[in-house]
Write a protein that binds this ligand. Structure first.
Ligand code: NDP
Length: 431
């Protein structure tokens, strides 16, 4: 029996909410809250009569700690699941600390206004010290470790698919298959087709910022930064087929580099079709991905937010997306003195997801792990005081839950390895 407060009612949140309702023995009560209460009410109405979970809704602006505290103190949840945006991570963590409740999220903190001089000074210092220029990093949330520990509270960071399931796969590989892991390649393939010339599968602002940024990977104890889309590879994905993929910076590289002992290299690759890349480059070139305010006819607008208003709502892609996703990790390392390579992955079908929860596989593959992360905490299986990334916890109950709640995984020995090369100089391969 538990009571969960869920902040957010968007693409990912609506899957997490439906999954909580399927798991009504654990989640006996949930409250759905966002700035637009009518959206929360509409989802509650849809679920009426289909679950034993008692659903309430609330209006909250999660940028405002006082509003959050008032809601938490009146609802008295066992934990708060943050499936709003990365911009709200710190305010929600502050409110959880003040009200003494556990915290779970799916993405690490990112500052909404990257032109804010105070934030910028800290960011620029971090770029120099750490060696990567992504706008998001774990330092902001890791800074809460002592406070959560002292309060006896648990915070679980990044319980989506990547980060999230990929972090749990890493812990599982280390626990059951390796004495030491040397390399991890995370492969995120979306073989789905929604029929639009251009659309993003989750929040366009977050998605486009991530994809248009510099790439990076971790090697021999430091970051190597790359140009956007500088490294490319082809990979033949089970049940999807051959796809082009590109090396990106990704948040779990930072925590895995700290938490997997002896790791030598971690890379992240994501598949993109040519149409997506061409549209994105064009939007970037004309300034539509800018995140600062510009004057337009006497009004201030943020170009990327305006673009978001023009693009299809990711939540509307569900009925029209066909095909599958295949996301997983290739591990190399040693076991009993012998070299070993395994691939752990999940394949998810967009239409099957739509039939089950009325959304496409990208929201599904994030929303299911969000529910599982919350279940680990409220059921006491992952109750440990402090702030943790998922690879720091016991992977076994989470891996069992993935099989049970719709994201079954496979382990393949000796898979095809990634051979990546420079996009503009195909004869130059990475060792
Ligand atoms: P959406 O844009 O679809 O939904 C965001 C939700 O947050 C909306 O319901 C919005 O509701 C709510 N929200 C935004 N600002 C506030 C605020 N100030 N106060 C309260 N609620 C707010 O995003 P997605 O569902 O696509 O993504 C959700 C999260 O999942 C993001 O953090 C994203 O980065 C993460 N993610 C993680 C992945 C992973 O694998 N780890 C993969 C994909 C996404 P309203 O406007 O009514 O307030």
């Amino acid at each position: 029996m538990s009571r969960l407060l869920i902040i957010g009612c968007g693409g990912v949140a609506s899957v997490a909410i439906r999954k909580c309702c399927q798991n009504d023995e654990v989640f006996t009560e949930i409250c759905i809250a966002s700035r637009t209460k009518s959206k929360c009410d509409a989802l509650k109405d849809k679920l009426a009569g289909k679950t034993k979970t008692v659903i309430t809704t609330a209006k909250v602006d999660a940028d405002n700690v006082e509003e959050l505290k008032t809601l938490i103190n009146s609802y008295k949840p066992d934990a708060v699941l943050n499936v709003a945006l990365p911009y709200q991570d710190l305010t929600i963590m502050d409110a959880c600390l003040a009200c003494k409740v556990d915290y779970i999220d799916t993405a690490n903190y990112e500052c909404e206004d990257t032109e804010d001089p105070e934030w910028r000074a800290i960011y620029e210092k971090r770029c120099k010290e750490k060696g990567f220029t992504a706008y998001f990093d774990y330092s902001w949330q890791w800074a809460y470790r002592e406070r959560f520990k002292e309060a006896g509270l648990t915070a679980i960071l990044g319980s989506g698919f990547d980060p999230g399931v990929t972090s749990v796969y890493s812990a599982y590989a280390l626990k059951h298959y390796f004495d030491e892991i040397h390399t991890i390649d995370i492969l995120d393939c979306n073989g789905g087709d929604h029929g639009y010339p251009f659309a993003t599968n989750f929040n366009p602002e977050i998605n486009l910022r991530e994809v248009s940024a510099n790439g990076s990977y971790w090697e021999n104890g430091h970051w190597v930064e790359t140009e956007p889309m500088e490294w490319r590879a082809q990979y033949n994905f089970d049940q999807v087929g051959e796809k082009d993929m590109y090396l990106l910076h990704h948040e779990e590289i930072e925590s895995l580099a700290e938490n997997i002992p002896g790791i030598k290299r971690i890379r992240f690759f994501m598949t993109f079709g040519q149409s997506y890349l061409t549209h994105m480059k064009c939007l970037e070139n004309v300034g539509m991905l800018r995140t600062d305010e510009v004057d337009f006819n006497g009004n201030k607008i943020v170009p990327i937010q305006f673009l978001k208003a023009l693009l299809p709502d990711p939540a509307s892609l569900g009925p029209r997306t066909v095909g599958k996703t295949n996301i997983g990790c290739i591990f190399t390392g040693v076991k009993d003195g012998k070299e070993k390579t395994i691939y752990i992955y999940n394949v998810c079908d967009h239409q099957e997801c739509y039939k089950e929860v009325e959304s496409q596989a990208i929201s599904y593959t994030t929303g299911v792990p969000a529910m599982i992360g919350a279940m680990m905490v409220v059921s006491g299986q992952w109750k440990k005081a402090g702030v943790y990334n998922l690879e720091e916890m016991d992977p076994d109950p989470y891996m069992d839950a993935l099989n049970k709640f719709g994201l079954p995984w496979k382990v393949v020995e000796n898979p095809e390895l990634v051979d990546c090369y420079k996009t503009n100089e195909p004869s130059v391969h990475m060792n």
